[in-house]
Ligand binder design. Structure first.
Ligand code: NAD
Length: 290
């Protein structure tokens, strides 16, 4: 498992492919945005001219793409030319229906596949400290484990094909809710003229502490460096968070569940995207609690 093809070298794929290369994997990349290779070449990542070349050349192929439609297109093209014994792993966050469909496309060609969406954001991708939530069979998981260990701190085989995506959907529902709740606490703190550094020091070690505050504090110049210190340049865009919330809400409808808080948070992300701020980081939601 030494040769890796990496498709989708955006905010996340850039760092994930870089860390694999720095750990002696031979990485070739493919992205429709060719400008990403200007920097990646410094890290010995070669640019594959076509998906067909990615399909022919590698022991494992990882996709890290915006949504299910694109992932299905890319997997279909790769599977046309893939070599037997290549492992296909999708780390994007996509809907479960498409996820199961692409697993089946791979199975029909006797290709092992995994869904392995991630948590930890661009910081986790850069540090190699992502958490992988994996769906698929044990053999494929064991083959991929050394690469998960380079890119992340933790990988859990959650169960059958699609279980990784189902777990990710629940995680991001909770993340969007905690970030929105944090926004309300910040607004209340500001209304009481609190010193925000002290507010951070107390809450980050109290029962209100959470990943959104402790690791991704959305207040400028407070806590660890985050998109709030860079005019909310992502990071993880609100557009992508809206996609994840839409996946969660649509799964809840199919399961006859009523996610009251999730629905309200989704509406706020919709407003943000309608106001042309979807490209900014999801933590910008703290300015949209209505
Ligand atoms: P991104 O938009 O920064 O990167 C996606 C990359 O895919 C871009 O470079 C784009 O040019 C490329 N691309 C698009 N269509 C393509 C195609 N047909 N063929 C080849 N390349 C193509 O997105 P991101 O933030 O890196 O997120 C990628 C995935 O990871 C998404 O599914 C997202 O939900 C998920 N995710 C993101 C984060 C985060 O913090 N950014 C965290 C966890 C999961």
């Amino acid at each position: 498992m030494k040769k890796v093809g990496f498709v989708g070298l955006g905010n996340m794929g850039f760092f994930m492919s870089k860390i694999l290369s720095l750990n002696n994997y031979v990485v070739s990349g493919y992205d429709v945005n060719e400008s990403v290779f200007q920097t990646l070449k410094e890290f010995k990542i070669t640019q594959a001219p076509t998906l067909s070349e990615i399909a022919h050349e590698n022991d494992v192929i990882i996709t890290m793409l915006p949504d299910g439609i694109i992932v299905e297109e890319v997997w279909t093209e790769i599977l046309n030319d893939i070599q037997s014994k290549t492992l296909l792993v999708d780390c994007s966050t996509i809907d479960i229906k498409t996820c199961k469909k692409i697993h089946n496309l791979a199975k029909n060609k006797n290709i092992l596949s995994l869904d392995a969406p991630v948590s930890g954001g661009t910081i986790g991708a850069e540090n190699g400290s992502l958490t992988f939530m994996v769906g698929g069979d044990d053999k494929a998981y064991k083959n991929m484990l050394p690469l998960f260990e380079v890119m992340g701190n933790k990988s859990i085989l959650c169960g059958h094909a699609g279980s990784g995506q189902a777990t990710k959907m629940c995680n991001n529902l909770l993340l969007a809710i905690t970030m929105s709740g944090l926004g309300e606490a910040i607004q209340l703190a500001n209304s009481q003229s609190l010193d925000m550094e002290k507010f951070y020091q107390v809450l980050s070690t109290s029962t209100g502490s959470c990943w959104a505050l402790n690791n991704y504090c959305p207040i400028k110049n407070i806590g660890p460096t985050s998109p709030a210190d860079n005019n909310f340049k992502p990071g993880f865009s609100s557009q992508l968070m809206l996609k994840d919330l839409t996946l969660a809400l649509s799964a809840s409808l199919q399961a006859n569940l009523n996610l009251n808080i999730g629905k309200k948070v989704l509406e706020n992300y919709q407003k943000l995207v309608e106001n042309q701020e979807g490209h900014l980081d999801f933590s910008n939601i703290i300015n949209y609690n209505e």
